[in-house]
Design a protein around this ligand. Structure first.
Ligand code: GDP
Ligand code: MG
Length: 728
């Protein structure tokens, strides 16, 4: 402890600051002005356990943005004088409104204590406030006071000193999520401010960025004085403001205020304030929420909404998806027609067009899905959904906000982990976000589904839908259990107590929805154009080179030539047919040999001794290796490896019967492969997205641990099955 500890009293006008100040300091006070302004400055002191405590009665303010002289003075005092602690005095009658200022202190990070003043009136009104719960949620002491009769001032001082001691002058800024429109820019601006060290000695970087967005004149002037960075920040703010105007017809300040109030109501809603007896005015949002977040109605409605969204996504999305598919088929055929057979054609058609086309084929689906998600988000319903799911997800160390990434990634089969991972941005706590990022890819995304359908159709006759159903259930269970394990081992840390911000309901604007949808779809398209293009060429090369040895090539050529010669000499139709089949077989055998001889094939063969434990032979290995790049590759590679030429997701029937007849396959191996595909590494684009949201270290971790888990589970299932002789 230090001598002359200073404590600042803050609060909205009329909260009872001056009354409390008088109760604490008695006659030991002086009144003057803050330098240069006409704002009154009241200082006093009191003795407590041999310490002299300097108490400052700050001017009453509603916010800490430099809108008025009072606010500026209060803020400058905190930053320049650095009091050990702030006591925020709030009128407990209107707790929510008064907490707005408290949240801003928390965002600055200064150690603070909350005094719930006017408790006499609160008690009379019959309203109840759970002070202990409020204290737990806000992570600070909360003391009930009645300043007029000095009630609670002793314990206020005691708790304040104890907490000041505990915090020891360390500022810990609270980070609130301001939603998808503000958060990304806020993050960019924070990075820039950190990089250039703008005022970071005085304020937290994120706080400065926030003040910029709120249009804080003082901070802007300081930024401008610093030169180039000020201009850059102003330009970034301009962009966000323009975006908010265009999409939501509002300003960044208004959105930020909305989310702050949302944050507050998420706190007070959790049983902190219970109105009894007295009729209270309830906002429209609250009325809607009575139904929408009702204990039983709420979840039922949520399931209905989600189910409806996916039905709509797939029925509407399928139509333009067909057009994109037709376009790429046409493109492939055209390129085949105008090029000569050989490596270039093979690379263009089998590599680039097939690879990029396969990914772009999902764009319409993703756009419809994002349109639905944007609607849920812009309207404010998404926040309610997360609020309801939080009770369940919390058990596993996740957060209510994790539910959307899960669903988008394929929690209802057919999503995509890339937007799912990007959707984890809404998670505020870095640890909960990381856990979400790491388990989201377990969900059965649209590219894994064809694998499940193929194997389901081949080995679990007539039960493909059931297989998919259980895979989905299994994926959820795995995601939750793994999250629990991760949160209790590598990413241990307490859960964020605040459920989340509940913004008020808003009717989304059509223009806003379109812009939000396009922004997300564009990110996906950009990936298809860059990373997927590169991967496609790589995968194709790995499966094409090195070319088969000359003798083998000559052998196939001789066989082909002799069969062709016989075919032209053949007389009976039966002979012709038999020879055509033989010719096809030679071509297929050549494709198979080429694949086996390629880099991918050698790797697949080399891994066989290991993967045989799980029942995978070299062909499966190649397909699974291709799946590291993109899961779409698995089915098409199996097609090539089983000498069927190219196989698209729709025509898996031929491949299914081929696998079924193949002596190397059985239901147990199929099950083992299903489990492997369900669990193993996220595709490359997802890995890149994970790295962008966390770090390359964690992205690498996600690849390794999932693959290890997948392999262990497959081996377990395969070996157990073999031991008991089931499914063989
Ligand atoms: P300030 O603007 O925050 O400095 O607020 P004041 O200290 O001037 O108080 C505003 C009014 O609230 C005054 O009339 C006080 O008497 C009254 N007041 C302050 N504390 C309490 C309290 O705990 N209970 C009740 N009923 N009134 C209070
Ligand atoms: Mg006063």
């Amino acid at each position: 402890m230090q001598e002359n500890l200073s404590i600042a009293l803050a609060g909205n006008p009329n909260a009872g600051k001056t009354t409390m100040f008088n109760a604490l300091t008695g006659a030991r006070q002086s009144v003057g002005n803050y330098p240069g302004v006409t704002v009154e400055k009241r200082e006093g002191y009191l003795h407590h356990n041999g310490l002299q405590l300097n108490i400052v009665d700050l001017p009453g303010t509603y916010s800490l943005t430099a809108y008025s002289q009072e606010e500026l003075v209060a803020r400058d005092y905190l930053v320049n004088e650095r009091p050990r602690i702030v006591v925020d005095i709030v009128d407990a009658n209107s707790l929510e409104r008064h907490l707005y200022l408290a949240v801003q202190f928390m965002e600055m990070g200064i150690p603070m204590v909350l005094a719930l003043n006017m408790m006499d009136e609160v008690r009379k009104s019959g309203k109840k406030i759970d002070t202990a719960e409020l204290s737990r949620l806000l992570k600070m002491p909360v003391i009930e006071t009645v300043a007029r009769i000095g009630e609670g001032k002793e314990s206020l001082i005691r708790e304040t000193l104890a907490f000041a001691d505990k915090k020891n002058g360390v500022w810990e800024p609270l980070e609130i999520s301001y939603g998808p429109d503000i958060d990304p820019s806020l993050m960019d601006m924070t990075r820039l401010i950190e990089a250039e060290n703008l005022l970071t000695g005085r304020y937290p970087a994120r706080w400065i960025a926030l003040k910029y967005l709120e249009g804080d004149v003082q901070i802007r002037d300081m930024g401008d004085a610093a030169g180039d960075i000020g201009r850059k920040l102003s330009r970034m703010v301009e962009k966000v403001a323009e975006h908010c105007r265009a999409t939501l017809d509002t300003s960044p300040e208004a959105i930020i205020a909305d989310y702050r109030y949302g944050f507050i109501s998420s706190v007070t809603r959790q049983g902190v304030v219970t109105a009894s007896g007295q009729k209270e005015r309830i906002a429209m949002s609250d009325n809607i929420d009575r139904v929408v977040t009702h204990r039983f109605l709420g979840p039922a409605l949520m399931i209905g909404v989600l189910y409806g969204m996916f039905v709509v996504t797939f029925t509407i999305g399928e139509i333009p998806m067909g057009w994109v598919g037709t376009f790429f088929d046409w493109l492939g055929a055209t390129v085949t027609a105008i090029t000569r057979p050989g490596l270039i054609r093979s690379m263009l058609v089998d590599g680039i067009i097939a690879g990029v086309g396969g990914v772009l084929g999902f764009v319409p689906l993703i756009m419809v899905m994002f349109l639905g998600i944007s609607f849920l988000e812009d309207s404010g319903y998404m926040a309610r959904m997360a609020y309801m799911m939080d009770r369940v997800l919390r058990i596993f160390g996740l957060h209510g906000c994790s539910v959307m990434p899960f669903i988008v990634a394929g929690g209802i089969p057919g999503g995509c982990a890339v937007p799912g991972v990007m959707g984890a941005r809404t998670l505020r706590s870095p640890k909960e976000k990381l856990a979400t990022l790491l388990v989201t890819p377990f969900m059965p995304c649209g590219a894994k589904v064809p694998v499940f359908l193929l194997l389901g159709a081949a080995f679990f006759k007539g039960a493909a839908a059931t297989v998919l159903f259980w895979i989905t259930i299994g994926a959820w269970i795995t995601a939750l259990l793994v999250a629990w394990v991760l949160r209790n081992t590598v990413i241990r840390g307490e859960a964020t107590p605040f459920v989340m911000e509940l913004p008020p309901y808003r009717l989304p604007t059509f223009k806003g929805l379109c812009i939000h949808t396009w922004e997300r779809a564009w990110q996906y398209i950009k990936k298809a154009g860059t990373i997927i293009l590169a991967i496609s060429i790589l995968v194709w090369s790995a499966m094409t080179f090195p070319a088969i040895p000359d003798e083998a090539a000559r052998y196939f050529q001789i066989r082909q030539e002799s069969l062709s010669a016989q075919l032209s000499d053949a007389r009976t139709p039966a002979d012709k047919e038999a020879l055509t089949i033989q010719l096809n077989q030679v071509e297929n055998a050549k494709a198979e040999t080429t694949l086996k001889n390629s880099f991918a094939g050698r790797l697949g063969t080399g891994l066989e001794p290991l993967t045989r434990l799980a029942g995978f032979e070299w062909r499966t290995n190649i397909a699974l290796l291709g799946g590291f790049a993109a899961k779409e590759v698995i089915v098409s590679t199996l097609g090539t490896a089983y000498s069927l030429g190219s196989v698209s997701a729709e025509e898996t029937g031929g491949l299914a019967s081929r696998l079924k007849k193949d002596p190397g396959w059985n239901a147990l191996k199929a099950l083992s492969m299903i489990i492997f595909v369900m669990l193993y590494a996220p595709c490359l684009v997802t890995v890149v997205a994970i790295a962008k949201e966390s770090s390359w270290k964690w992205a690498a971790f996600s690849v390794c641990y999932t693959t290890l888990l997948a392999f262990i589970m497959s081996i377990l299932v395969y070996q157990t099955g073999q031991f008991f002789g089931v499914l063989m």
